[in-house]
Ligand binder design. Structure first.
Ligand code: FES
Length: 98
């Protein structure tokens, strides 16, 4: 799995931008910056965190994240187990910032 050393995650529609260090999931990177995305299991099975990726590319920390092939093709991602491969833009209207 090839990871970008660090990348930026932008969360829309709020426009918040957080840094994503290498080896850190999108969910964890957002939380480290004070942005809480919907989540539950945090291991890629419950799908509570599923959201559309507007731009970018991700790789997964687990071989079978709980997404169908169709969902992946539509650009749906699971931020709790997704690592950025370059800058990423997600649509998460329910995100909250503290
Ligand atoms: S929090 Fe359960 S799949 Fe992401």
């Amino acid at each position: 799995m090839e990871l970008t050393p660090s990348a930026l995650l932008r969360i829309e529609p709020q426009g918040w931008v957080v840094k994503v260090p290498a080896g850190v999931t999108l969910l964890a990177a957002a939380e480290a910056a004070g942005v809480v995305l919907p989540s539950s299991c945090r291991n890629g099975t419950c799908r509570a965190c599923i959201c559309p990726m507007i731009a970018g590319e991700v790789v997964y920390a687990i071989p079978w994240p709980g997404l169908s092939r169709e969902e992946k093709q539509e650009g749906q991602v699971l931020p709790c187990v997704a690592h950025a491969r370059g800058d990423v833009v997600l649509s998460v209207p329910g995100a909250v910032r503290f």
